[in-house]
Design a protein around this ligand. Structure first.
Ligand SMILES: [Zn+2]
Length: 215
């Protein structure tokens, strides 16, 4: 989806109530054509005579419209930036950009609201496509009971354990295994435990064409 300002403002209000107890005053939300980020919060620090930051002003939250991302990723990006805003607004000291305070709030939101916020800014699709490292991937493609297709890129020594776990999983209707050197698979985490990543089957198929199907 490509978000509009109206959409983002509505989501901002909703997440403000849901995750921040309505503590965040509205700030300008702008669309950006930036390709180096998906979301970004900017502000101006106000310092006292000793140079210490006493508060932050002129907040602007930007969301890039350059990428066609699933709605949940747009929402997660917005919430991620809202955590930065929440910390900056209270002038909370944190150990780093995504330090202890940030992580604690992110964990709370993920657990309470079933979100998938990540610590770092997500890589943009262009950054992911730029990753051309060649390595061997052991892939499990699962057809899920709900009709979705899921991918698991396995750490090779764990492939057997993952296969046994999937065989007993009710949520999996069928699975097939592949070996591939396509750098497209670099973007997925290499799993040591059974995890399923729903993917677009058409996009996946285009990267399985050169793969070796395993028995
Ligand atoms: Zn961030």
């Amino acid at each position: 989806m490509t978000p509009t300002v109206e959409y983002l403002e509505e989501r901002f209000d909703t997440f403000n109530e849901m995750c921040f107890e309505g503590a965040l005053p509205r700030i300008p939300i702008k669309l950006s054509d930036g390709k180096s980020f998906i979301g970004r919060l900017t502000y101006r620090p106000v310092r006292d005579w000793r140079g210490r930051v006493v508060r932050k002003e002129d907040f602007v939250l930007r969301i890039s419209t350059r990428f066609d991302l699933p709605e949940t990723e747009v929402e997660d990006t917005l919430i991620h930036e809202m955590i930065h805003y929440w910390i900056a607004l209270q002038n909370l000291p944190d150990s780093s950009t995504h330090g202890k305070v940030f992580r604690a709030k992110m964990k709370e939101i993920n657990e309470r609201h079933g979100r998938h916020l990540s610590i770092s800014h997500r890589s943009t699709p262009e950054e992911l496509d730029r990753d051309k490292r060649i390595s061997e991937h052991w892939l499990c493609v699962s057809l899920l009971a709900d009709g979705r297709t899921a991918l698991t890129v396995c750490a090779k020594p764990c492939a057997g354990t993952i296969q046994r776990a999937f065989r007993h999983a009710r949520s999996i209707r069928s699975m097939s295994w592949y070996r591939s050197f396509d750098p497209w698979f670099n973007r997925f985490p290499r799993c040591r435990t059974p995890k399923l990543f729903p993917v677009d089957p058409v996009e996946l198929q285009s990267h399985l064409n050169g793969a070796e199907k395993l028995k």
